[in-house]
Design a protein. Sequence first.
Length: 616
Amino acid sequence: MGHHPDTIPAMQQTAHSVAPTHTTYDFRQSGINLRFVFFTPAILSDLDVLSRPVTYLTWTAESTDATPHQVSVLLDVDPVIAVNERSQQVNSFRNQTSSLNVLSTGSQDQKILNRSGDDLRIDWGYFHLAVPKDANYTTYLAPHPATAFASTGQLTTTDTMDMPERADHSASALSAIIDFGSVSQPVTRHVLLSYTDTYAIQYLQRNLRSYWQRNNQPLNQMLDQAEQQYPELESRGEAFDKELTADLTKVGGEHYAYIAILTYRQAIAAHKLVADANGDPMLFAKENFSNGCIATVDVLYPSAPFFLFFNPKLLEAQLLPVLEYSSLARWKFPFSPHDLGQYPLANGQVYGGGEKTEEDQMPVEETGNMIILVDAVARAEGTPQLAQRYWPLLTKWAEYLNIHGLDPETQLTTDDFAGHVAHNANLSIKAIDALAAYADLAHLLKQETVAKQYQATAKEMAQKWITMAKEGDHYKIAFNSPNTWSQKYNLVWDKILDYNLFPNSVRDSEVAFYLTKLNLYGLPLDSRADYTKLDWSIWTATLASNPNQFNAIIDPIYRWINETPTRVPLTDWYDTKTGKQVGFQARSVVGGVFIKALSDKELTTKWRKHSAAIIP
């Protein structure tokens, strides 16, 4: 897949494909076709498998010239994978389970949950390379394995024993030679990759274990179970990929399906699923390539469609820690926090003024996000139990939006990179929809007087909004800013959650206007710059009343994904004219792409049933 090490020629890559749970590469050289597959069984309906930290690598070798060939493959893992910096000391060692031979590496110090940040790598716990107990697999702990293997096809039979050692370029790699024997017909081999941490998240000073460890399952049992279930999981994964791809294509077309599939594993990867003291799931997101905040509310908000579509319990597991923290006396503000800390320490807000001042807070943004998502969870689960548990808190927040939501004063929004904006029309929509969400929750809790009051307020605000934001054939970015426009992506909830506060003409006129502003690689976020956000663009496209309008916004994004000159894990912030990344990458907000799938109620019901069959 690359040219490193430079001294060893790369095989010719002939094909590749990306599916929700699989990435496949095909290589060809010297009469051999080698298919290489990454498989992570990230199926949201099965929390035990979802939280199990195992990825499978599978090779299939086949002769292409009707002649048998002797084939073997080297896989080696640099121990830097288990530390933050190469200057750190590591211990590497071998173990065995009942079915696997395992090589492991980890830092000598094992400083568990001792610091936080964005540009940091985990350096507690251990990385494991596990191979079946089979004569076709041989493991080694030796430096520079690729050079030796390329020249002789073998490695030294002596393990490095001088531990700990510095994780520099001369450190012992975890290596496995995988022998396919004489290959004519297809021959398949696989290995397991795993990274296990003793504790994964610190929440309000309590260290929490990964969800798969909630019942203290030993590591060796987890690896054996993963190996035993591999054939079944592979079949489930292939069926899952096929079904989801077909459904995404049906609901949004091939280009939409392509984009959504590309985001699938990334939307999950920036999260950690842990268990609280009762063994219940709590899911924490990391705000990658920003400041590393944990449980950032305006990161949960854009990624929410992904979890609402597949398994609303996992969105509840994200909202719960925020609601619990917000209920504490230490959070003294009448609005929602922005975050719970800096990953992996969820011990209190660090963004802006933190817990001390309102400086650079996002009061209307985060408060609106939380109320809308609590209502979305109540609708999806068929019960308002989460709202009932935190009703006084939600009431305080609704009262805040009632005062400040229609015409927000100068403050940040989720698009904080664009700076402070006063009288933000899109933010106002969020507040109005949030008041309708609160009214809906009140109705579900049989508080009909409150429900009618807030429903009437939301409708009245929506009518005022139309007058305040209108400018000819579209609506302004801010009420006091003539000759401007912006994507009104927050309108999508008015449609999906059936609040119906805004007439269809608002959406129709906005979408028609957007189609006049498209650039080569997409629709700009607003009139201030050429950059856009991937997640919001899909939300805006979902406002379209017909497939032609939807595709007109989607197709340039598809073109960008295939033509962008910036080679990074999928960015959500890019220039619509050059296609270059502006900032951010590898972020969970790309889960927002699934808003189009979520907008199809029949399809959403179908996929939620998969989870209902498994989740207690």
